[in-house]
Design a protein around this ligand. Structure first.
Ligand code: SAM
Length: 455
């Protein structure tokens, strides 16, 4: 199965003669876009993006969504398929917007992601000869410790599933093959509660925190009747055998979402090797624990000219910070999430790690803290959200004594932009990690060294 228009069948092999009409045309796919869509150039020279099409395929498409510089195309028929095309495993793949690359052989997914990084670096930052290692592969299935399901409809008739790609519609799903087995197991049972949940909640996040199943309910509207919403959420959580659940308020620009009701433990233990931290129901955690472990190891193995001070800039619940504390004389962790910092401090105390300090301070403000002595830093780790770092943070780090930066990012475009602002540093190498198999997303670690440093 492939992502094609549902009303028209397609050829799986051989070359066929096809007739076109005014909106339909046959194109040859020249490459993949950064979002994993096939890219073709139509006869009139306009670029067309086609979901589900692969490089070197010849496809019958329907052109639509006319923009000035590009069109979108619906894949109607694959006239000549790519040798790298495979049968997607998931029964929901043709509609669900969660995965984009199940129809591409896994080894080629890794090649695509490598190319994505190289092209973003070249297009956005003008870097043409950066050494990029091959992408570190991941378990391809059942890797995610988190699944967000949307709820749509009323208490009489509702849908529970994933968003369709490029739309606000929900597609009903009964399984998700990239979710951890413990999460897959509860998707169907959750459906018996969906009618009661739909009036109150627009999203349910199923999380696996350590060995614990935790549900996070996002309110659909201002919850005037919290008791009733709580009762519906509680029945679902109990029915699924969840260890805890919480309800998030509906957020706004002035009042961001916050937990209005928490049941079960305040946090759950998360272990990586011999180190652990704690994680609350809504704290950030890397979604693919197997590959996150490899990423943390890679940062931990970076050589530095001295081991005085490491700064972990966006440290979350502090797992990497605690690992670095085994190697550096002292380590500082900063994060804007107050609760995450509380968990990190608790974990450091319980494990008697004395040489680490955590502050709930956002960057760049946290960099100005007296404790954060920028002059003597050996290494800075930066692992910002998708939007990347702000200019002030990068400027302050440039002016610091730091000679090594470990930059982690899940977004090649903002990563390239941030690297271009760090021209006092040279890129030593880029290590890509396949944190998100079957999707177009890719995680990268970039090791930077200060130019002309004296070692
Ligand atoms: C991609 S996560 C990385 C977390 C951590 N390194 C890990 O591996 O679990 C980004 C983190 O940045 C934090 N954050 C967002 N904006 C921030 C800011 N301006 N200053 C500090 N932390 C911030 C978030 O709370 C989140 O924990």
């Amino acid at each position: 199965m492939v992502k094609v228009a549902s009303d028209i069948s397609f050829a799986r092999g051989g070359t066929k003669t096809v007739t076109t009409n005014s909106t339909n045309c046959v194109v040859r796919i020249q490459g993949l876009s950064s979002a994993g869509q096939g890219v073709a150039r139509a006869e009139d020279g306009k670029v067309v993006f086609i979901e589900g099409a692969l490089p070197d395929e010849t496809c019958l498409i329907r052109r639509h969504y006319h923009k000035r510089t590009f069109d979108r195309g619906t894949l109607l028929e694959i006239v000549t398929p790519s040798p790298d095309r495979i049968e997607p495993r998931c029964p929901h793949y043709s509609e669900c917007g969660g995965c984009q690359l199940q129809h591409l052989r896994y080894s080629e997914q890794l090649v695509f992601k490598h190319t994505r990084i190289r092209e973003a670096f070249s297009r956005i930052a003008g870097f043409s000869d950066v050494p990029i290692r091959p992408v570190m592969p991941s378990p391809q299935w059942e890797y995610r410790n988190k699944l967000a399901l949307t709820l749509e409809g009323t208490d009489k008739s509702s849908l529970m599933g994933m968003m369709k790609s490029a739309s606000h519609e929900t597609v009903e799903i009964s399984d998700c093959l990239i979710a951890s087995p413990a999460i897959r197991k509860v998707i169907r049972p959750l459906k018996q509660f969906q009618q009661k949940l739909t009036p109150f909640f627009e999203k349910i996040h199923i999380r696996l925190l350590g060995d614990s199943l935790v549900l996070v309910f996002d309110a659909r509207r201002k919850l005037t009747n919290l008791d009733v919403a709580e009762s519906a959420a509680s029945k679902a959580a109990q029915g699924l055998g969840a260890q805890g659940f919480c309800i998030n308020s509906l957020g706004s620009a002035l009042d961001p979402p916050r937990i209005v009701s928490l049941h079960g433990p305040d946090s759950y233990r998360i272990s990586y090797g011999n180190i652990y931290s704690h994680c609350g129901a809504t704290s950030f955690l890397q979604v693919n624990p197997a590959i996150a472990a490899r990423l943390y190891e890679a940062v931990d193995m970076i050589e530095t000219s001295n081991r005085r001070l490491a700064l972990d800039g966006y440290c979350g619940v502090g797992i990497l910070t605690l690992m670095l504390a085994e190697k550096f004389e002292s380590v500082i962790g900063l994060d804007s999430d107050r609760k995450a910092i509380r968990y990190a401090i608790q974990a450091a105390r319980e494990q008697s790690v004395q040489n680490v300090s955590f502050y709930d301070e956002p960057l760049p403000r946290g960099l100005g803290k007296g404790q954060c002595d920028l002059a003597s830093q050996s290494m800075v780790v930066l692992d910002p959200p998708r939007g990347g770092c702000d200019e002030e943070t990068l400027h302050r780090i440039t002016l610091s004594g730091t000679d090594t930066i470990a930059m982690i990012s899940c977004h090649p475009a903002t990563l390239a932009r941030d690297l271009s602002r760090l021209d006092a540093f040279e890129i030593e190498e880029v290590l890509p990690f396949d944190m998100f198999p079957q999707t177009y997303h890719i995680e990268s670690l970039v090791v930077l060294r200060r130019r002309n440093r004296s070692t």
